[in-house]
Structure formats: structure tokens, C-alpha cells
Design a protein. Structure first.
Length: 112
């Protein structure tokens, strides 16, 4: 009975690892952009959302795990922003922050 349980546990552990291994800098860049996307969604900063989506598509390998990382960060930021009743940041200032985050993403994935 122990062998099937060990096999199942091993398979579960293996399935939790993504096919694409990210560095800490890559993961932080994706999460940062996702967090900004959550704020952009709350504030309806559509041009910024489009820029971030375009940057993700153009710079990341096509891996579901990377998209999920971005989506999870977006969802957490979106919900947190609403729950904390935060005010939307200045649009021009926010666009500058988005631009800097996109530059970090490009740098983190420049050798993929």
C-alpha cells in the first residue's frame, strides 16, 4: 500500500514544477507587472493594461506557468486594491512606473 501512495505523491510533486524554470529576477518582474495590471484594472487605465499585455506576449516564452504567475499577481492586486479602498495613482506617474516595470521584464528575459 505504501508504494502507490509514494508514487502518487511523487507525481503530484513533479506536476507542481513548471516546464520553464524562472530566475528570481524573472519571477519578480512578472509579479511586479501583474501587480501593476491589477491596479490598472481597478483604475481603468486601459492603455497601460495593453502595454503590459503586449510586453508579456513579446518577451516571455509561451509557458502557461508564466501566464498564471502574472494572472495570480493581477488578481491579488486587484482584490487588495479594492479591499483597501486605495485611490488611483496619477495616470502619468503610473504610466512611468509601468514603463520601468516593462524595462525590468525585458531585461530579465533578454536571454530566454
Amino acid at each position: 500500500m505504501k508504494k502507490p501512495a509514494i508514487l502518487v505523491l511523487s507525481l503530484l510533486l513533479l506536476s507542481s514544477f513548471s516546464a520553464y524554470s524562472t530566475t528570481d529576477a524573472q519571477q519578480q518582474a512578472i509579479e511586479s507587472l501583474g501587480q501593476l495590471n491589477g491596479v490598472a484594472l481597478q483604475c481603468r487605465y486601459n492603455p497601460d493594461m495593453q502595454l503590459m499585455k503586449q510586453a508579456m506576449v513579446e518577451n516571455l516564452p509561451k509557458q502557461r506557468s508564466l501566464g498564471e504567475l502574472y494572472d495570480n499577481a493581477t488578481n491579488a492586486a486587484f482584490l487588495g486594491f479594492a479591499q483597501q479602498h486605495k485611490a488611483c495613482p496619477d495616470n502619468a506617474e503610473f504610466t512611468g512606473t509601468v514603463s520601468a516595470a516593462i524595462d525590468k521584464l525585458k531585461q530579465a528575459f533578454s536571454h530566454h
